[in-house]
Design a protein around this ligand. Sequence first.
Ligand SMILES: NC(=O)c1ccc[n+]([C@@H]2O[C@H](COP(=O)([O-])OP(=O)(O)OC[C@H]3O[C@@H](n4cnc5c(N)ncnc54)[C@H](OP(=O)(O)O)[C@@H]3O)[C@@H](O)[C@H]2O)c1
Length: 328
Amino acid sequence: MEKIRWGIIGTGKIAKAFSKGLSFSPDAELIAIGSRSIDSANRFGNKFGVLHRYGNYASMVENPDIDVVYIATPHAIHAENILLSLEAGKAVLCEKPFTLNMTQAKTAIDMARRKKLFLMEAMWTRYIPLMVRLRELLADGIIGELKMLEIGMGFIAPRDNSSLYFFNPHMGGGILLDGGCYAVSLASMIFRSPPTRIASMAYLGESGVDEQSAMIFGYEGDSMAVLYLSFNTSIPPAFRIMGTKGRITIHPPLFNPTRMTITKADQEDEIIEIPFEGNGYNYEIAEVMRCLRESKLESDIMPLDESLEIMQTLDNIRAQWNLKYPIE
Ligand SMILES: NC(=O)c1ccc[n+]([C@@H]2O[C@H](COP(=O)([O-])OP(=O)(O)OC[C@H]3O[C@@H](n4cnc5c(N)ncnc54)[C@H](OP(=O)(O)O)[C@@H]3O)[C@@H](O)[C@H]2O)c1
């Protein structure tokens, strides 16, 4: 089987973790790295053994040998980078949050569909084996009808500029788009629909972005999700799904879990452990390559219409807080 050849845009933290993920994928080959600086591209290329290095993104996507581009830049420029890659005829996997807002997501999706090119949001959590099992169990009705979901996460985010985007409104800062997009995506995956009602509250800090927030989502009937996020305190990751016949607790780490407990009245708790191989990113990589080999233009597990709905939900929440980014 011929290897699928990858190019990466951006040389930051997640680009490095993803490159490691590629090294756990025997049918993938990282052949190109694009950076805003050739020095950074060379450093990255030396570290990960990448043959083609570019000092700008536009030249990289023109490399005819690249099958798929992975976008690892801050969210404020995802859309721009997706369009650049699609324009060059490349399939694209783009980091989360998919874009800054729904309008950008729609533009990107429309272009992918028009050009008949593969596009996917890199929501890696969905492909972790335990999460695959979780979806199967929920579909089998193991805890009955789903009534309540709780997701909480928080950490003390550094304010020393070590992150370019946490508190920076020009970079789509705030905990909602950073960690909160996982919570909104998990709620969407579990209830298999966007919320019909949203109540929320946020603290916007000095730079104007959301530093702490809580949200309640309402779905058809009485089902609800409670999500809470913070940049200002450490919150032990919480992920619990409550149904009419029991509950499932998914144990941390939240984004790449390996253990869950099923609790039912009058029964011993059932603990399910499913370890994963590699560093976790290899599963979303495998999904992209499966889709490309099967000539699919999107993944059934993270479909584009759902990425769009998630961006819409994030927009709706921000609208409740009057949080607009300067570039919007
Ligand atoms: N899936 C996950 O587990 C996960 C984890 C962390 C982050 N993320 C997501 O991945 C994206 C990147 O996060 P990161 O933590 O890797 O960020 P990072 O370490 O700051 O790296 C971002 C890279 O983007 C490039 N870039 C392009 N324009 C930029 C600009 N104006 N300012 C700063 N950098 C710019 C830079 O690469 P060059 O200088 O080489 O061009 C930079 O190294 C974010 O959207 C984030 O939400 C995902």
